[in-house]
Design a binder for this molecule. Structure first.
Ligand code: SF4
Ligand code: SF4
Ligand code: FES
Length: 240
């Protein structure tokens, strides 16, 4: 006997999910955008940024690690949830060093794009201006630790997709840092520019050398359309 379809509602829109899909995967397929940062569609989810938190049957849940289930009622695009998301984004801006106007990732950066989408103005918290340093020891890649938002995408990509263990975290809470598995810098690791881990960073922490301005400012992904609009375009196709 065929399994019952999984149906749930998000912001009063009914979604049909496939067995095994998370809430965010089912919503992506249906063209409903849930803001996210650590989630990447080609990587195992980790649930560590909390930007994708929605109210699921009245309780806050990270939708990238919550399986879709029949009958769920979900709130996503509410003022309360978007205020919480904006607060997380603001905290990431003040914890790192993010001078967007002269950053190589400007226009391609998911953190910057989320700031725009969520209407972030000047953060209220005090800027910490960290000085964690730049690692330029690799011939093809540089690492700017001050831009890292600790999303763990590179760690998951290196381990699960590249079969390497180039990246990891050390410390906890505000002392948490991205580490690499070599004392002499990224140039001493097995990292290659073709690795998945080199292509999934949402900000300008992992940057491919000599590639940054291939697409000029003003013509980059989020210069042309707000973050999430590619997903929302699917909804228009579903409806028409
Ligand atoms: S990484 Fe993103 S948020 Fe940070 S400075 Fe660059 S564009 Fe701005
Ligand atoms: S280097 Fe990039 S992908 Fe890795 S944890 Fe930092 S922000 Fe995330
Ligand atoms: S996107 Fe779900 S916790 Fe980060």
């Amino acid at each position: 006997m065929a399994a019952e379809p999984i149906r749930f509602t998000i912001d009063d829109v009914e979604i049909t999910a496939l067995e095994g899909q998370s809430i965010i995967e089912a919503c992506d397929a249906a063209g409903i955008y849930i803001p996210r940062l650590c989630h990447h569609p080609e990587l195992e989810p980790s649930g560590n940024c909390r930007v994708c938190t929605c109210k699921v049957n009245g309780r806050n849940s990270a939708t990238c690690v919550t399986p879709a289930a029949h009958g769920m009622s979900i709130e996503n695009n509410t003022k309360e949830l978007n205020d919480d998301r904006r607060m997380i984004i603001e905290m990431l801006f003040v914890e790192g060093n993010h001078p967007c106007p002269y950053c190589v990732a400007s226009g391609n950066c998911e953190l910057q794009a989320l700031g725009y989408r969520l209407g972030m103005q000047a953060p209220k918290e005090v800027y910490q201006w960290p000085d964690r340093g730049i690692d330029a020891t690799h011939p093809d890649i540089y690492l700017d630790h001050d831009r890292c938002i600790l999303c763990s995408r590179c760690i998951r990509a290196s381990r699960m997709e590249d079969g390497k263990t180039v990246f990891g975290f050390s410390g906890r809470g505000i002392t948490m840092r991205l580490n690499i598995d070599a004392t002499g810098g990224l140039g001493e690791t097995q990292m290659a520019a073709i690795d998945k881990a080199a292509r999934v960073c949402p900000v300008a922490c992992i940057v491919i050398k000599r590639d940054s301005y291939r697409v000029p400012n003003g013509q980059r992904r989020f210069d042309l359309a707000p973050i999430g609009s590619d997903i929302e375009a699917r909804r228009k196709q579903v409806k028409s």
